[in-house]
Design a protein around this ligand. Structure first.
Ligand code: SF4
Length: 402
């Protein structure tokens, strides 16, 4: 087999072959109806208002379609995913049922790359994978189907350019998120490349303080253990910073971080020397931005009593939508319809929390307006099923099943 037939960055032209199962798994008639009705559903004394941008983004839709096409294209081959294709349990479970096995992560059963042989097909998720893993898979000679999203690849290009120019790559992101791990690996792959990941404005301010006044380098290194490159030296590596973001972060916070680091560099080196010490690239992806903007628009509706945000608990973009909603009204980040236990109790992940918890008395009696959205990795079928469950616990018929 030639190299070109071993590496696939596009689908296999099998959209027609996967259309039926894709529709069965991810489509919702009810959600279509809500879209057509100005993003609003009124049933009984319940009004549901859905954000104008929600659900699968282009990058996620493409990645999942490519995985389905891979199954059709290679019916007799063992197919692996390096990790969850996207952060949505239902999507990963559908793929598992189709015989796709996982190498890492919660579905990986400890397999790892050693399980892969040259006869296998390996799908790379929308978040991408690290440079070392990619090289290891190339050496195996297996078929690679690379669904890395173009917006993620765009961050890698920025990071590589920064590292080549001698800037330390500062990434506003989550150090344990697959996308950010893959991004860090791009900086580390450049000779003398260094990186540091800041999760939020609080962590960014620690870096800003060090830029301005220096301090205990050992303590700072300890504070960012696991989130900075090996041998990170704050005195050397915080002299020149190129900032970018994980694509799914809260854009308002990314902007605050950029401004804080820019100001710290001015304070330390003077405005005239800023370009030598600081570069910033806004790499929040359009889909994330659109969903956050639509959420903010929904939050401005005073009639809404509470919000339900539907999406995987490990989905970064969904978590940020819940964070935005939670600043305005009671907000519940739920991963699907089963989280609505009853009109009295709901299982959800609180903002900033790690564990699912149960809230009671969440749904007011009498006329009520619920604001809803779903993350970029959440199919319409999940949102539709959640709306049906909400109607069900209120004793309101939801119409024929999707
Ligand atoms: S959320 Fe953005 S970066 Fe992630 S898959 Fe969608 S478009 Fe790509």
């Amino acid at each position: 087999m030639s190299d070109t037939s071993r590496y696939h960055r596009r689908g296999f032209g099998l959209k027609a072959e996967i259309a039926q199962s894709f529709r069965e798994h991810y489509h919702s008639e009810l959600v279509d109806e809500i879209r057509a009705n100005g993003f609003t559903l009124r049933r009984g004394d319940l009004t549901i208002r859905v954000a104008r941008e929600f659900g699968f983004c282009v990058g996620v839709g493409r990645a999942v379609e490519m995985a389905y096409e891979t199954r059709v294209r290679f019916p007799d081959r063992r197919i692996y995913l390096t990790n969850e294709i996207i952060h949505n349990p239902q999507v990963n479970e559908h793929l598992a049922k189709m015989g796709v096995e996982f190498l890492h992560g919660r579905y990986g059963e400890g397999r790892g790359l050693d399980a892969v042989s040259s006869e296998d097909v390996v799908i790379i998720p929308a978040f991408g994978i690290g440079v070392q893993d990619l090289e290891a898979l190339r050496r195996k000679g297996c078929v690679l189907v690379d669904t890395s999203c173009g917006s993620v690849v765009n961050v890698w290009r920025h990071v590589e350019r920064c590292a080549l120019a001698g800037f330390t790559c500062m990434i506003h992101g989550k150090a344990d998120h697959e996308e950010t791990k893959a991004t860090c690996s791009r900086a580390a792959a450049i000779e003398n490349g260094a990186y540091i990941v800041v999760r939020d404005i609080g962590e960014a301010m620690l870096i800003c303080d060090y830029i301005r006044r220096g301090g205990d380098s050992e303590a700072l290194r300890d504070r960012f253990r696991g989130a900075c490159s090996p041998g990170f030296d704050p005195d050397r590596h915080l002299e020149r910073i190129g900032l970018s973001n994980q694509t799914t972060m809260l854009s308002s916070e990314s902007n605050r971080i950029a401004e804080a680091v820019r100001q710290a560099m001015i304070d330390r080196y003077g405005e005239a020397a800023l370009d030598e010490h600081f570069r910033s690239f806004e790499t929040i992806c359009t889909a994330t931005q659109d969903r956050q903007d639509a959420m903010l628009e929904l939050c401005a509706d005073p009639s809404i009593d509470l919000f339900l945000i539907v999406g995987g608990y490990n989905s970064s973009n969904t978590t940020h939508l819940a964070e935005i909603a939670g600043r305005h009204k009671p907000s519940y980040h739920i991963c699907g319809p089963d989280c609505i236990v009853s009109a009295e109790a709901i299982r959800h992940k609180p903002p900033g929390g790690r564990e699912e918890t149960v809230a009671t008395g969440w749904l007011p009696e009498g006329p009520c307006t619920v604001g809803m959205t779903s993350g970029a990795s959440t199919p319409d079928s999940d949102l539709g099923a959640t709306i049906r469950r909400l109607l069900e616990v209120r004793g309101i018929p939801s119409g024929p099943e999707d």
